[in-house]
Design a protein around this ligand. Structure first.
Ligand code: ATP
Ligand code: MG
Length: 196
């Protein structure tokens, strides 16, 4: 499951857990993006913070892991490279790429979309406020799954932090504490040691 995870929230975690169970997957690999090409123009928290929040959020689930492939690759993140790198690391694995309805509807604009279908099956999950559809996508490469509706977005979580509203129970407790510790999403906050 790829994402900016800025921050990771319970919508991501429920989607991943549901798909793991529905498809009986051995492992769900969360892959925080490096520099997300769709999000140029807005400040994204440093990759290391997003990576660590993802580790904290997934640590208790034995089937959840986090990969650094996208944050360690220089340049913008493209799912084509993500899947190629994961395939190299796990040559025998059958890959499924989990994506919410909003991201699935964008997939035809992704780099190298024609090659994506050979690398993985795509699992589109429902997301409140977005229509889940496989229109225009190869039917044998895409499965659609309904998951419990979690009306949570990272954008809303960031706005809440900025407005001093709570994000408790929208994101895991450890992520709330991490955001507070590093003052993420506040003016002047979110600096990493090496930035100083
Ligand atoms: P932002 O508001 O910054 O775009 P986001 O909440 O959309 O953040 P992303 O990191 O962009 O989170 O999403 C990663 C993946 O998780 C995408 O495929 C997205 O569709 C999916 N996703 C995010 N939130 C939900 C949710 N509440 N329910 C189902 N899928 C979700
Ligand atoms: Mg998003």
């Amino acid at each position: 499951m790829g994402g900016t995870f800025d921050p990771i929230h319970h919508g991501h975690l429920v989607a991943a857990s549901e798909v793991q169970s529905l498809l009986d997957l051995d492992e769900v690999v969360f892959v925080p993006t490096g520099q997300p090409w769709q999000k140029e123009g807005r400040d994204v928290a440093p990759a290391e913070h997003r990576y660590l929040m993802t580790v904290i959020a997934t640590a208790s689930n034995p089937r959840f892991t986090v990969s650094r492939v996208d944050i360690d690759r220089p340049g913008p993140t493209y799912t084509l490279d993500t899947l190629r790198d994961l395939k190299k690391q796990r040559p025998d694995a059958e890959l499924y790429f989990i994506t919410g309805a909003d991201a699935l509807s964008q997939i035809l604009s992704w780099k190298g979309v024609d090659q994506l279908w050979d690398l993985a099956q795509f699992v589109g999950v429902t997301r409140p406020g977005h229509e889940l559809s496989d229109k225009g996508l190869p039917k044998d490469k895409v499965v659609l799954k309904e998951v419990p509706a979690m009306s949570i977005s990272s954008t809303d979580c960031r706005d809440r932090v900025r407005e001093e509203e709570p994000v408790w129970y929208l994101v895991p407790d450890g992520v709330v504490q991490y955001i507070n510790k590093y003052q993420l999403y506040l003016p002047g906050g979110g600096e990493l040691q090496e930035d100083k």
